[in-house]
Design a protein around this ligand. Structure first.
Ligand SMILES: [Zn+2]
Ligand SMILES: [Zn+2]
Length: 361
């Protein structure tokens, strides 16, 4: 049997290829993909040509097609179950892994990055990515059961919602009554609204650009109290006004590339506030004033990816049907439209405003 899979072969080059489906050993499994979420990092690797010779896609939801007996016990799943698969393939032995921070696993080894979507197709069985019909499940896989009744385009949001839960909830220890400011309103800014709300925030404020008006509307539907178009209003002034000068308990920075929000975060956070930096930057942050950090005893922390508990919580939220997540899912594409899927997510297609985009075989 064979599986079709997208292979990135270079900068802006994708090919639909076929690979043999391997025989599944005792500690392994095979996933029949239902939907594979398209991540901002898929877009940047497509645009920049990093990681060629891989099957991209690291946010898959699917059905267990085959499973070895040991894997079935370890993962507590059987053939036919629906699961969401985590991105990381942690080694399980390094210092971060054994201390419970497997998202920081140091073992890259021959595989480059220890994650789905990044292993070379030269490493057998080649089916290491979600933008395919089938994905191989390595013994190091971490996965979660998902109710089969949930629409696949919503189930596949376990990944961005897991980030919102972790970055706006668990990491900064957001609690009942907190004021949370979220800088940025992409997928992870929007899911951060839910993460903050579920953690008990009293007030949630979200920023975006003028071109993000439709995203800011979704932020409101997810429970934001106030949205700020930073091209028209000053976010620091808005927070000052809305909190009588007390400022925010938690600031979550999820803009891509922009450095001003990092500078602003120090002003937006109140005394003893917590700042989570989760947006990738491509230059250093100028005008970073560490005195503000010192004087206000701010806690500033970085956030990379999601962990098991946050994924479990995110899946519970999706299954609850409590939030209109369908507002965020804008596009579904087939495998042979993978190129289009990436360009829509990257806002390169005239007239299309992609927020959450997925690929289905
Ligand atoms: Zn991703
Ligand atoms: Zn490790």
């Amino acid at each position: 049997m064979k599986s079709r899979a997208i292979v990135q072969t270079g900068q802006r080059q994708l090919e639909l290829r076929q690979f043999d489906i391997p025989e599944i050993g005792e500690e392994e499994g095979l996933l029949r993909i239902q939907h594979s979420g398209v991540c901002g990092s898929d877009w940047s690797q497509y645009k920049n040509g990093d990681f060629s010779g891989v099957v991209p896609g690291h946010e898959p939801v699917g059905i267990i097609e085959e499973i070895g007996s040991i894997a079935a016990k370890r993962w507590n799943v059987k053939k036919g179950d629906r699961v969401a698969v985590e991105t990381m393939l942690p080694c399980g032995f390094c210092r971060p892994c054994v201390s419970g921070k497997y998202n920081l696993c140091i073992a890259a080894g021959e595989k480059g990055i220890n994650a789905y979507g990044y292993h070379s197709i030269d490493i057998k069985p080649s089916l290491w990515g979600g933008h395919a019909e089938f994905m191989y499940l390595d013994p190091h896989t971490l996965l979660h059961k998902v109710n089969k009744d949930i629409a696949p385009e919503l189930a596949v949001m376990f990944n961005p919602l897991g980030a919102g839960v972790r970055w706006a909830g668990r990491l900064p220890q957001t609690k009942i009554g907190d004021v949370v400011v979220i800088l940025g309103c992409g997928q992870r800014g929007l899911t951060s609204v839910i993460g903050a709300r579920e953690s008990g925030a009293r007030m949630v404020i979200v920023t975006g650009l003028s071109a993000d008006a439709h995203k800011l509307e979704i932020a409101k539907a997810f429970g934001a109290d106030r949205t700020v178009d930073v091209e028209k209003e000053n976010i620091v002034d808005v927070v000052r006004e809305m909190t009588d000068g007390v400022m925010a308990d938690v600031v979550v920075e999820v803009t891509s590339g922009a450095t001003q929000p990092v500078v602003d975060s120090l002003k937006i956070a109140g005394r003893g506030g917590r700042i989570v930096l989760a947006g990738a930057k491509y230059t250093r942050v100028p005008e970073f004033n560490s005195n503000i950090l010192m004087r206000k005893e701010l806690v500033m922390m970085g956030a990379l990816a999601v962990d098991f508990d946050a994924y479990e919580a995110a899946i519970g939220i999706i299954e609850s049907g409590k939030y209109p997540l369908e507002l965020m899912h804008t596009h579904t594409f087939s495998l042979d439209q993978a190129d289009m899927a990436l360009r829509v997510l990257g806002n390169e297609v005239e007239g299309e405003h992609g927020i959450h985009v997925s690929i289905t075989p």
